[in-house]
Design a protein around this ligand. Structure first.
Ligand SMILES: Nc1ncnc2c1ncn2[C@@H]1O[C@H](COP(=O)(O)OP(=O)(O)OP(=O)(O)O)[C@@H](O)[C@H]1O
Length: 625
């Protein structure tokens, strides 16, 4: 666990990252050892201190070189300042709580009863929502996202695509918010989804990573509710003069959005904050690891759009008078293949047919993902209305040409050096490095840090506070190198990620080619170009066929050592089939059905191996309750 208090600085695993305080001076916590110091121990400690001081000097020299090469200065993590044990899962407000807000506490547009149809502008909030420097801007290669599109469903339900937001029939406030977001034209998936949702259909949609799927459901859903919120929403207190003791209400959302990871939930919440601007629609987010108290308090002020990770959602559903779903008009399952396939059946059952859920025909269900293995598609179908619309942009589970993929042979024992050489010799840019195990993430992060590079890490053994801080530091480019397990693979949308490195290839036990697609999709988003480098060796043969097919499909170079895997006929048509009943379809070709779509976060050392569903992310039931 990456925590100052739990690091062992006495053994061989020397780690300057945790030991160096913000002042830059090493602090090895010498007072923590306790007990009577014998003469021998004193000698040991002196030798240890000297060794550490020498290593610290080396690190500083390396850091100076890295800065010369254009990398940002290192930012050591200050555990004393940023860790708030009482607040991690706890309830109690803590006086020593860190100043950085939880992502869930981000400010939203507060609607007052006095407002007419549309609320007045709030310039300060507008700047925060729409003008943040680190927000994603679409790139010039956006036309590369125009794949062939397949729309299936009853003839009458198939929507004609909208080419312009102006022609989409959006509520004027939504139109304005879309403009403020800087979206000039709908992406392909948006062009098809917006009319389908406006027409009231259930939708299952699959489109490449970074193709704007979040907007594809949020824009039409929120647009449909704008202007109707007064009639549909539950009564709620006026935020002006709100008194929690007397005024709080039960949350009765109109929209429920469920997604597998905390970071993604916060990101969707962010999009909602923007798209609900100046309207009565009130978004809230609930997710594990952050204090329940503030999340509960937010719900008690009323909630129209609830974004949730499944663990916290199940927890809150069991609490009396906190949240009820009889008003729901829309339920969205984002990263649906992950949620349908990885142990969340009970939660899905509750969402789709729970006792207090609105099961009337006016409740629309939507499912989205960039990958949709056949098993997950079969399940999705069971939950949908008969006339649901299925929209697919490109082949299910494919990547796009804006990402330059390189596969290099690297033996396990040479990976650290190869990584350092690759990173150090690349143009400095936001770099995301994926590994398959939590401890490996710490190890690689420490290795890079001790080599003078500005790195941090994110995985599910880090506290939520640490995860949010790491992500914030990565977004703001304070720590432009982020070492991650699969927790972050799905959905994470950070502007300017120029390079994704698979230090470990995802094994089929941990997501296989499905996860590879999600991982490399953190770069080359929304028309930007990006680069993905993957370390491959004989341990990754199980993924070879699917990988080669993906490379060939996107006209990427196939390395010599994988040439013999190129199939004789490259018939990708079979991969486009969406016939869930046809087991000879693309699933059999190795694009999904055989893969476990779970996030990778195993741990090679046994204790966590095999238990990855329960352990892969603390979104899992037990940990996040
Ligand atoms: N029409 C648009 N024009 C320009 N940018 C857009 C548009 N729609 C969405 N975006 C931006 O594109 C980025 C990627 O969108 P989003 O995260 O929804 O992609 P995604 O398809 O869900 O990706 P993933 O499969 O990786 O989750 C976001 O930063 C979003 O703000």
């Amino acid at each position: 666990m990456s925590n100052f208090a739990t690091r062992d600085f006495s053994g061989g695993g020397l780690d300057f990252k945790a030991a160096v305080t913000n002042s830059g001076a090493p602090d090895f916590g010498s007072g923590d050892k306790g007990g009577d110091a014998s003469a021998a121990t004193a000698v040991d400690e002196t030798a240890n201190a000297e060794r550490l001081a020498a290593l610290e000097q080396e690190r500083q020299a390396a850091a100076a070189k890295a800065r010369d090469a254009g990398w940002a200065p290192q930012v050591p993590y200050n555990y004393t300042e940023n860790t708030n044990p009482a607040g991690e899962i706890g309830e109690a407000p803590d006086a020593a709580a860190p100043a950085a807000p939880w992502l869930a506490d981000a400010v939203i547009y507060e609607w007052c009863d006095e407002y007419g149809e549309v609320g007045p502008r709030n310039e300060e909030l507008e700047r925060e929502l729409f003008q943040a420097e680190h927000r994603m801007r679409s790139g010039g290669a956006i036309q590369a996202l125009t794949f062939d599109v397949s729309v299936e469903g009853p003839e009458a339900s198939r929507p004609a695509p909208v080419r312009e937001f102006d022609d989409a029939g959006l509520h004027p406030v939504m139109r304005e918010n879309v403009r403020l977001c800087g979206y000039v034209a709908p992406t392909v998936i948006q062009a098809y989804c917006i009319p389908a949702v406006l027409m009231g259909h259930d939708v299952v949609a699959c489109a490449q990573t970074g193709s704007g799927k979040t907007g594809a459901y949020l824009i039409p859903i929120l647009s449909r509710l704008m202007g109707k919120a007064k009639a549909l929403a539950a009564p709620r207190p006026n935020p002006k003069g709100y008194n929690r003791m007397t005024d709080r209400v039960r949350a009765e959302p109109l929209v429920l959005i469920v997604c597998p990871t905390r970071e993604l939930a916060c990101q969707i919440f962010d999009d909602c904050r923007r798209l609900c601007y100046r309207t009565q629609l009130r978004p809230c987010v609930i997710y594990g690891g952050a204090p329940t108290r503030t999340q509960r308090e937010s719900l008690e002020m009323g909630c129209d759009v609830l974004i949730a990770t499944p663990g916290r959602l199940m927890d809150f559903m069991q609490q009396q008078n906190l949240v009820a779903f009889h008003r729901l008009k829309f339920t969205v399952i984002d990263e649906a293949d992950e949620l349908l396939s990885n142990g969340w059946e009970e939660c899905m059952e509750k969402i789709f047919s729970g006792a207090d859920v609105n099961v009337d025909a006016d409740h629309t269900y939507l499912m989205f993902s960039a990958t949709f293995p056949k098993e997950a598609r079969k399940l999705a179908k069971e939950y949908m209305e008969d006339d649901f619309v299925k929209i697919r942009v490109g082949r299910v589970g494919s990547t796009h040409a804006n990402i330059k993929q390189t596969i290099v042979w690297v033996d396990d024992s040479s990976k650290n050096q190869a990584l350092f050489d690759l990173v150090f010799n690349s143009e400095p840019c936001r770099t995301l490095i994926f590994v398959n195990a939590k401890r490996k993430a710490e190890m690689v992060d420490d290795f890079l840090y001790n080599k003078g590079l500005p790195s941090t890490s994110i995985h599910s053994d880090r506290t939520q506070r640490e995860r949010e801080d790491a992500l914030r530091a990565f977004k703001m480019a304070k720590c432009p190198i982020l070492v991650a397990t699969g927790v972050t693979a799905r959905g994470l949308d950070v502007s300017g990620v120029g390079h994704v490195i698979n230090y470990d290839m995802p094994s089929t036990a941990y997501g296989g080619i499905t996860e590879y697609v999600h991982r490399i999709g953190r770069t080359g988003r929304i028309g930007n170009v990006g680069r993905a480098t993957s370390f491959y060796n004989e341990g990754n043969e199980e993924i070879a066929d699917a990988l080669v097919k993906l490379l060939v499909e996107n006209k990427q170079e196939v390395p010599d050592f994988l040439q013999d895997r190129i199939p004789e006929t490259l018939d990708f048509d079979e991969d486009k089939t969406d016939n869930e009943d046809d087991d000879g379809g693309f699933g059999a070709a190795g694009f999904g059905a055989g893969d476990d779509a779970g996030s990778s976060e195993g741990d090679v050392n046994g204790s966590e191996a095999g238990g990855f569903k329960a352990d892969n992310d603390d979104e899992n039931k037990m940990a996040s309750w």
